[in-house]
Design a binder for this molecule. Structure first.
Ligand code: MN
Length: 496
């Protein structure tokens, strides 16, 4: 029934941890018990969702345990992600970094955290790789990787020395954050092997010559948004070699008067301004609007920066220019320059590049689900180890909420059975009969019914992560109770 790519029911979170490897049977048992409890209450604080003192005590001990690491916890979830990728020819690996921030004052410094880009905040950075299907609904399949780190206090970019640093100075730094992109690309490729072809999607942070070079050389497929107006060369007609001097120019010059090969109508989502001026420039505030995008593409050679003499002198890539046409007054026009090693010969191929990049928003949503829905940033945990362990435990729960919302947005008329299991639908119908009819309910009905359980009012527009998480919590509690009751009655009656 339905699309074979989409699971018939929401999978059980507990399954994500069945394969967790911590080298200690009692720890395994503990992790599974904790996850079973947390999936019932993703938006609650720990003390509310873990009822007894002993459980709470044990939970903090678990998260701070030297033998529990977020890597091992995420590994188990990633193995399930790999299984969900079966049967997909190409899966996007969407990479991005998010800052997990905590107020610097109040509870005092947490162990192992570092400065972030805001004032009075401490925290850590999480770099995630989310698998996203190339099907009609961009189904999120789960995490393929997660890396967390805290900056050292000296890394704060306020010092004039760092501000005036040149490209060649930076090239000599060996442990810079940008190397995480390639490390995670290689880790994902290795984990996936040849069962599926990965296509790596990255935003402007990933516009680094060494990374692009490595992906081209190793044959890893990518679509990366470019941040810099690089030096480029025209390529000779028949060969992958740049023409001699004289043909050198800036990328922006090479894209002037690029013929528009296709145009697309898209809805641009609302975006709120970022917390600091720098991010306001990079991500200006905007309200939701529909836009016409004109798209052109060409092949060109990127020139190696002078401070990286050990790398290839030039790098042939395809460049796709996406530009908004007739932008309304007062709005910043959309303009993306995407670099890719995917073909751009036909309008369909060019359109595919735009679709791949637009699927990137799912990782932003995943981070929102993780941080807002699971109320991660307010949890009272005291160290880098316990906070990153909590993040890893919540990752599959956030993924599950993302799956429900993605289905509702992108295939609103799909039957509700595609997003929720039969028990959940039965219970939702009992508790929200007007929102979820017994027959013919859609995934949108299911979304509003779940959000309704979380206190959401339809006149307030689409539900946010918080109400959705609260509704999901109630539904999972109802389901757990229902399952317990069924198991109990089966026992007494000696049947089923
Ligand atoms: Mn980013």
């Amino acid at each position: 029934m339905g699309n074979p790519d989409v699971p018939e029911t929401m999978p059980s979170i507990v399954r994500e941890f069945e394969t967790v490897q911590l080298g200690d049977a009692r720890l395994h048992q503990r992790v599974r018990a904790v996850v079973a409890r947390l999936s019932v209450a993703p938006g609650e604080s720990f003390p509310d969702s873990l009822k007894t003192e002993a459980e709470l005590e044990g939970f903090y001990r678990l998260l701070g345990n030297q033998r529990v690491s977020y890597g091992a916890l995420v590994q188990a979830h990633s193995e399930q992600t790999l299984e969900r990728m079966a049967g997909h020819d190409t899966v996007r690996a969407v990479h991005d970094t998010t800052a997990v921030a905590f107020d610097g004052d109040g509870d005092g410094a947490r162990k192992g955290l570092g400065p972030l880009n805001g004032k009075d905040t401490q925290g850590f950075l999480a770099h995630a790789t989310l698998a996203v299907a190339t099907d009609a609904i961009n189904q999120p399949l789960g995490l393929l990787g997660l890396a967390c780190w805290a900056r050292k206090a000296s890394a704060l970019s306020k010092s004039p020395r760092k501000k005036n640093r040149t490209g060649s100075d930076y090239a000599r730094v060996t442990d810079k954050e940008s190397t995480r992109w390639l490390r995670q690309v290689e880790a994902a490729e290795q984990a996936v092997g040849d069962r599926t072809s990965l296509l790596h999607i990255m935003d402007r942070e990933a516009d680094a010559y060494p990374l692009l070079c490595a992906m081209v050389e190793q044959g890893h497929r990518f679509v990366v948004r470019m941040a810099r107006d690089r030096n480029v060369s025209e390529l000779a007609e028949d060969e992958e070699e740049a023409l001699d001097d004289g043909a050198r120019l800036r990328l922006s010059e090479a894209l002037v008067e690029l013929p528009i090969r296709l145009s697309r109508e898209v809805v641009l989502t609302q975006r709120r301004a970022g917390p600091v001026p720098a991010s306001k420039r990079a991500h200006p505030e905007r309200s939701e609007r529909s836009a016409t995008l004109g798209v052109g593409a060409r092949r060109i050679a990127l020139r190696r920066p002078y401070y990286l003499p050990e790398l290839a002198e030039e790098l042939a890539v395809n460049v796709v220019l996406v530009q908004e046409i007739d932008t309304p007054a007062g709005e910043e026009p959309v303009a993306w320059v995407l670099a890719t090693n995917e073909p751009v010969d036909t309008p369909d191929q060019i359109a595919a590049i735009v679709d791949h990049y637009r699927a990137r928003w799912l990782i932003e949503e995943f981070f929102k689900a993780l941080k807002t829905g699971c109320a991660l940033e307010t949890r009272q945990l005291e160290s880098f180890r316990s906070l990153t362990n909590a993040l890893a435990l919540f990752a599959p729960i956030a993924w599950q909420m993302l799956l429900l919302r993605s289905l509702s947005r992108l295939e609103p008329n799909a039957p509700a059975e595609r997003a929720l299991n039969p028990t959940q639908l039965k219970l939702l119908h009992q508790h929200q009969p007007k929102k979820l009819p017994a027959q013919g309910a859609t995934v949108v009905d299911a979304l509003y019914a779940v959000a309704g359980l979380g206190g959401h009012l339809k006149r307030n527009g689409p539900p946010g992560w918080l109400t959705l998480a609260r509704g999901m919590q109630t539904l999972l509690m109802l389901e757990t109770g229902w399952n317990a009751a069924v198991a109990n009655s089966a026992k007494t009656k000696g049947e089923m």
